[in-house]
Design a protein around this ligand. Structure first.
Ligand SMILES: *Cc1c(COP(=O)(O)O)cnc(C)c1O
Length: 361
């Protein structure tokens, strides 16, 4: 594997950008002009290239469609206030993609090539980065098994690709979570820590049942006792109880190692605010609710950064949390992360990676 392989660039002769209404950008529906693609077979990655955005032709027996060797990442490029496109902690996403790849018996993708591919793709499609505060260019790195074969075994060939699309400012309403006591998302020894496609398919049905009952998303509990809190949909979860910001630990391999989660913990620790990573039970949350010390709950993920939780349903109990205007931690960490991304708060961690502004070719 030669990871300093040069990316071949074929630019689109036209742009679709004029067809897109940048004043109304629903999440996940618009796609920029280019795609990065790289193929794997005979034990190595080859032909990294950026091409005009296009569809794939897939054989019906393409293994990813049958046995689920499919993983992805989700990240965002934004522009700082002075117009410089930048990525947020891309090397962490590159690493996590490989953690997922390993678990799903897929080949690792060179992390330096991952970051290089993203930088060049963003550079070429930088006109697609929306300028409005809070909006961004969403980036979706993906890897799928491409052997044309029926039978359960690891594929020998794979396709890695990255495409992007502009997304508007995300002002989520506070969410209502249902603590799920019948279905599970992840068990110890399973694939919960991987951003693997099948994890999301398995969650759709229980999430729909909760939505039918008026909740927005699930609060997943552990698979053995339905007692320990895991995470929520595509977000890690935090609780603020009596001034301490608590989130479940990564040990056990049942939750995703969120980049937002880790950034929030680092920010709070650097400010000397008390944090705790410990296995938190739903009973601990209920108890805090009853004795008046449950101050906040929020989800953390790339899409919204922070999603405040307004209510949590658990069995017969509906816990209503204090209004967002009274919260100290969730709004604060969101403002810090947004500020770092916009270049208005000093990035003392080196999380932002600027993408060179000049054209390549
Ligand atoms: C993507 C994801 C998260 C959030 O991770 P970030 O790196 O912060 O975006 C949390 N949980 C699950 C299950 C996810 O898929």
């Amino acid at each position: 594997m030669n990871s300093d392989m040069k990316i071949k660039i074929t630019k689109s002769p036209t742009t679709r950008i004029a067809e897109v209404d940048f004043t109304n950008l629903p999440f996940g529906r618009n796609f920029a002009d280019h795609i990065f693609v790289c193929d794997y077979d005979n034990g190595e990655w080859h032909h990294p290239r950026i091409e005009p955005f296009h569809n794939f032709v897939l054989h019906p027996a393409t293994m990813a469609l049958h046995y689920g060797q499919a993983i992805f990442e989700g990240m965002k490029a934004s522009k700082t206030h002075d117009g410089v496109p930048m990525l947020f902690r891309p090397e962490r996403h590159a690493h996590r993609m490989n953690v997922s790849a390993k678990r799903m018996c897929m080949p690792e993708f060179p992390e330096d090539l991952f970051v290089d591919a993203l930088s060049k793709l963003i550079q070429i499609d930088q006109a697609w980065i929306p300028e409005e505060e809070g909006s961004a260019l969403y980036i979706r790195p993906t890897m799928i098994a491409t052997d044309e074969f029926i039978g359960v075994k690891p594929s020998q060939s794979y396709k890695f690709f990255v495409f992007t699309g502009p997304v508007g400012p995300y002002y989520p309403k506070p969410v209502r979570l249902w603590a799920e006591t019948e279905y599970i998302r992840a068990a110890q020894g399973g694939t919960g820590f991987a951003k693997a496609a099948g994890n999301y398919a398995g969650a759709l049905y229980p999430a729909k049942l909760a939505q039918d009952r008026g909740f927005d998303q699930l609060l997943w509990l552990d698979a053995r006792e339905f007692k320990y809190i895991q995470e929520s949909g595509t977000m890690n979860v935090f609780f603020v109880i009596d001034g301490v910001t608590i989130t479940p630990p990564l040990t056990g391999g049942t939750i995703l190692d969120g980049v937002t989660r880790s950034s929030i913990l680092e920010i709070l620790r650097s400010e000397g605010k008390p944090t705790s990573e410990h296995p938190i039970t739903i009973d601990e949350v209920v108890q805090a609710y009853h004795n008046g010390t449950l101050q906040e709950a929020f989800g953390a993920g790339t899409a919204a950064v922070v999603s405040h939780v307004s209510e949590i349903g658990y069995r017969d109990l509906l816990m209503t949390l204090p209004p967002v205007s009274e919260r100290k931690i969730g709004p604060h960490v969101k403002a810090v992360i947004d500020g770092i991304r916009a270049g208005v708060i000093e990035d003392k961690w080196g999380w932002t990676v600027p993408v060179a502004a000049e054209e390549l070719v």
